[in-house]
Design a protein around this ligand. Structure first.
Ligand SMILES: Cc1ncc(COP(=O)(O)O)c(C=O)c1O
Length: 361
């Protein structure tokens, strides 16, 4: 296969040149500012992409699932941050075990989470590195900044744990859209709040060598607050329709598309393509509308999707011919990737390679 015209559809396309540019751009920005980058692997789930990121100088990776940790350890990565709290016997046991192989920093936001991890580490005669998760506004996991020092005292007092610092996921910065200035203001606030917590920890005699923020919408603001040591953007490698809608990327930065074929056009309200929820994922649009964005087709939208069917609306649908091909930009790259087992790696319309997608549920 040499041209995307020869690929079966639906097909997940990854443009290598765009990917490389995205990886290089953030590496340049962070390298110049002395910020370490620990990208999240959940976006790409692919060792070939991880190797590009390693070649660009990342210090390690962020993971959410055990399978992601295993995948990266199998490729010789030695520094991971496992951002899902170690709750439950299986995850606790693996968190301790994985640290025999490499540094796998665990995240805790309460003594309830830290206690059993400590007990397991002690039972195994080892020490597990941890950072405290701080809620800087997202309202997901994380202790409130004002209660972090007290938690640090408790965690530092537990045997078998080594407190390395603090982290936050400032996903809420996207709430500032469509105003980029407001997104950046929120990113800077989140970074400042985290630095404040790190300072408070140090005042009480705790180590805070890691002060870690992480998100793509906040990637050019939160890490640049003095005192932040590392950033964990993941989606930046591919970008997607949601980042485009937020204004945090432009169309030319979007490396991931789904190639699809028009399979029916009965002159009704919609024309129908062979990419639906199982190709694009059901992840919502930040605009509240549609399942993906037909690329360079302002006259088309994708407001409805079944499993294997996408419904195209808009004035452009009338002229669509059965057999015609289109590219759709997924709303959320990470969700779309998780639906597939491989990428077709392309350069424009030319097919270069096929890369496996691993560590899916
Ligand atoms: C803990 C953590 N770190 C980093 C990221 C990366 O954020 P983004 O996908 O916006 O790049 C995420 C995303 O969900 C996350 O949950």
């Amino acid at each position: 296969v040499t041209s995307i015209d020869d690929l079966p559809t639906p097909a997940l396309l990854l443009d290598r040149r765009v990917l490389q540019a995205n990886v290089g751009r953030l590496a340049g920005l962070y390298g110049a500012a002395g910020i370490r980058h620990r990208p999240h692997i959940k976006t790409t789930k692919c060792l070939q992409v991880a190797r590009l990121q390693r070649a660009a100088g990342v210090i390690g990776f962020t993971c959410q699932t055990r399978a992601e940790v295993e995948l990266l350890l199998s490729d010789g990565v030695t520094d991971l941050l496992w951002a899902q709290q170690p709750v439950g016997e299986h995850r606790i046991r693996y968190a301790v075990e994985a640290n025999q192989q490499a540094q796998v920093i665990c995240v805790v936001d309460s003594a309830e989470v830290a206690g059993p991890l400590s007990a397991r580490a002690v039972a195994d005669g080892t020490t597990v590195p941890v950072v405290l998760e701080i809620d800087t506004g997202q309202g997901r996991c994380g202790v409130e900044p004002g209660r972090a020092a007290e938690l640090a005292d408790r965690v530092a007092g537990l045997p078998g744990l080594r407190l390395l610092g603090v982290m936050t996921h400032e996903g809420h910065v996207s709430g500032g859209a469509p105003d980029l200035t407001e997104i950046r203001r929120r990113g800077t606030d989140a970074g400042a709040a985290l630095v404040g917590v790190a300072d408070a920890l140090r005042e009480r005699g705790h180590a805070a060598g890691i002060v870690s923020v992480g998100s793509t919408p906040g990637a050019d603001s939160a890490p640049f607050v003095p005192g932040i040591t590392e950033a964990r953007a993941g989606t930046y490698a591919f970008c997607d329709a949601n980042q485009l809608a937020l204004g945090t990327c432009v169309q030319a930065d979007c490396a991931l598309t789904v190639l699809t074929t028009v399979v029916s056009n009965q002159g009704r309200e919609y024309a129908v393509v062979d990419a639906g929820l199982k190709a694009l994922s059901g992840d919502p649009s930040v605009t509240g509308q549609g399942y993906g964005l037909p690329v360079t087709r302002d006259d088309l939208t994708l407001p409805v999707a079944n499993e294997e069917h996408g419904f195209l609306a808009g004035p452009g649908r009338h002229a669509l011919k059965v057999g015609e091909r289109l590219r759709i930009l997924p709303n959320h790259a990470c969700g779309a990737v998780n639906m597939w087992s491989s990428y077709w790696v392309v350069d424009g319309d030319q097919v270069l390679d096929q890369w496996p997608i691993q560590a899916r549920y």
